[in-house]
Design a protein. Structure first.
Length: 253
């Protein structure tokens, strides 16, 4: 099983080697054997745990990649995780990892792209939508969309989720389809992204918290927005300029 996991993780694709291994797997597999490119999963997870209670919660993980957040949620006491991922190698990796970790009864693997269609979808306590939306019209959805249509679709998909989950953890990129030639916002600033999300979802979601990557203390962490961390930091790289949003559904009010 361990050798099969290593083979699956090593499969090359657009989003391969995208996440570090979750803690329980790290103990069983030698991460040195994997070509991992961390995207600050530990720091993002710490912020999520600081802002949301995970114990006994049901989780929807949309675009779960190789399962870091799914497995860490279970390890933190989540009652159940529904993991969606259209990449076959990633989905098979998570299935096999769940078997190795003896948690197959707590994680449901759907090898498909999430359709953002509320019909037939159960209600979850927390949904994770981490760096997925800016790939609409690329990895999933209508490939004929223009950039403004894609932005409208992103907001529509966000608002549809308000009927499916009480809370949403959201992060998205500045470049549509990951292409620097298609900037979603003119100046690529955090303020523009916050305004885009806040205005677009205000009838469906309350923006409860926003986390901004901050290294002013000498250690990278996500903190509340402030004059010192809101400026775009090119030295941090594009990924760390993406805010993390914690949204609370108004459907629950």
């Amino acid at each position: 099983v361990i050798e099969q996991l290593k083979t699956l993780y090593a499969q090359v694709s657009k989003h391969s080697s995208y996440q570090i291994l979750p803690g329980n797997l790290r103990k069983l597999l030698n991460q040195q054997d994997f070509p991992v490119r961390s995207r600050f999963e530990t720091e993002r997870l710490k912020y999520i745990f600081e802002t949301l209670s995970i114990e006994n919660k049901s989780i929807l993980d949309i675009g779960g990649n190789s399962g870091f957040f799914s497995f860490e949620m279970l390890d933190a006491g989540a009652s159940h995780v529904h993991y969606y991922e259209g990449n076959r190698e990633h989905s098979n990796f998570v299935r096999l990892a769940a078997k190795l970790l003896n948690c197959e009864d707590k994680i449901e693997v759907t090898e498909d792209y999430f359709l953002f269609d509320e019909s037939g979808i159960e209600k979850y306590d927390i949904a994770l939508l981490l760096n997925v939306l800016h790939h609409v019209g690329d990895d999933y959805g209508d490939g004929n969309l223009g950039i403004e249509q894609a932005k409208e679709q992103m907001i529509k998909q966000l608002n549809t989720l308000a009927s499916m989950s009480s809370y949403l953890v959201l992060q998205l990129g500045y470049c549509w389809k990951g292409d620097i030639n298609y900037l979603l916002f003119d100046k690529g600033t955090k303020n523009e992204m916050i305004e885009f999300v806040s205005c677009g979802v205000e009838e469906h979601w309350e923006v409860r918290d926003i986390g901004i990557a901050d290294d002013s203390s000498g250690k990278l962490q996500y903190s509340v927005p402030s004059p010192s961390n809101m400026a775009r930091r090119e030295d941090l790289g594009e990924f760390l300029n993406r805010p993390i949003f914690i949204l609370k559904s108004r459907k629950d009010d």
